[in-house]
Design a protein around this ligand. Structure first.
Ligand code: ADP
Ligand code: MG
Length: 360
């Protein structure tokens, strides 16, 4: 088990058109502490897979270096890095049984048969795939195949585990179960892990730390709670769940908090690290849908424009200070639902508000 360090890592690819280059990753500085699971979260094309491939050794950085503990591995061959990988596509050997797939890495490494057999049994037990040992991969469900792939990756006791959207091929219910299982196994084994996903709820659920990427550049890193509650930009706010970004005017700014007028109401931002803003200044504010209190009000200033039923809650789409917004109601079964055209009023007195820089 190792600490992973990316030190000023960039990767340029030649572009298909006009001979220009694409900066897939730009000046990446990132440390993954021993035993932690860090997720890379960002939209398609933001450089996630390229970062994994550089750590695994399939790509060489254009500049910068990668270390496992104190060892520079930037130019080391793939096989000598002690890294296990799990892909979206499972990538199992189709002509081998489950057991042979799991045992593969140990036989390549020349581990003695008796030792190897014991280790394979242990890992298959841990992954709950013991009873499929003799089957071929194509006789298993997607979830079972992914357990085999994980078993195959951990059996060689890698120093680092890499996951590239491992659950994307599974259906929603199984995906949620698998991420809980996968997290439990990673914690139990204590293997340093880098986990790539474009699924924000997966990232929030699984990570010790989330790194949000855009265009090959880190936008923010922190615990799931930090990036959700204290987004560094409207991009991060929107990428981590539903976010209403509304305009407001600063009423007062003190060390205790910033009071902002939003659509004629007073809301407050509190933080140990408040932005420098002055009374009268226009600001962009994040309001999470679940934090906006509202009530049906025939005299209310807001009008329901759309109603979206989500089972455990209902979403109402409307406009706050001219910005398209969503608020949600988990209590609709008791309160009854609103319809398109119904009026309501909101109360931001106790709504946590977060100021983000205005979009360029
Ligand atoms: P993600 O995994 O986040 O979807 P990738 O790391 O696959 O993103 O890609 C990042 C950028 O680098 C994209 O613009 C992609 O087109 C480009 N890219 C990735 N691999 C190559 C390659 N081998 N050759 C040229 N461009 C590449
Ligand atoms: Mg990718």
């Amino acid at each position: 088990v190792a600490t992973v360090t990316f030190d000023g890592v960039s990767k340029l690819f030649p572009s298909h058109d006009k001979g220009e280059v694409v900066a897939a990753v730009s000046d990446l500085n990132l440390t993954i502490e021993e035993g932690k699971l860090v997720t890379l979260l960002g939209p398609s094309g933001c450089g996630k897979t390229t970062i994994l491939r550089m750590l695994a050794g399939f790509e060489t950085p254009t500049s910068g270096s990668i270390r496992l503990d104190d060892t520079d591995v930037t130019r080391r061959p793939v096989n000598s890095r002690g890294i296990g990988m799990v892909f979206q596509s499972y990538a199992l050997f189709p002509h081998m049984s489950v057991r042979e797939n799991v045992a593969y890495g140990l036989s390549v490494a020349g581990v003695a048969k008796a030792d190897a057999g014991r280790r394979v049994d242990e890992v298959m037990e841990l992954m709950q795939i013991g009873h499929y040992a003799k089957r071929a991969p194509n006789q298993l469900s997607g979830g079972q195949q992914q357990r085999v792939a994980l078993a195959r990756a951990v059996v060689t006791e890698p120093r680092v585990l890499l996951f590239d959207e491992p659950l994307s091929n599974l259906d929603a219910q199984l995906r949620e179960q698998m991420r809980v299982d996968l997290r439990a196994i990673q914690q139990r084994l204590g293997i340093t892990s880098l986990y790539v996903t474009h699924d924000q709820s997966e990232a929030l659920a699984i990570a010790d730390e989330i790194v949000v990427l855009k265009d090959g550049v880190i936008q923010q890193r922190g615990s799931a709670r930090e990036v959700y509650r204290s987004p560094a930009s409207s991009f991060v706010a929107r990428f981590l769940g539903k976010a209403n970004i509304v305009p407001g005017t600063v009423v007062a700014s003190t060390a205790a908090g910033i009071v902002v007028d939003v659509d004629g109401q007073r809301a407050r931002m509190t933080s140990d690290d408040l932005p420098q803003v002055a009374a009268g200044e226009s600001v962009s504010c994040v309001l999470r849908p679940e934090n906006v209190a509202f009530r049906t009000d025939p005299e209310g200033a807001l009008t329901v424009e759309q109603v979206v039923f989500q089972g455990s809650y209902i979403e109402y789409h409307l406009r706050i200070a001219g910005a398209a917004c969503t608020i949600i109601d988990h209590e609709y079964a008791h309160r009854g639902t609103l319809n398109i055209g119904d009026r309501l009023s909101i109360d931001l007195t106790n709504t946590p508000l977060w100021i983000v820089p205005a979009d360029a």
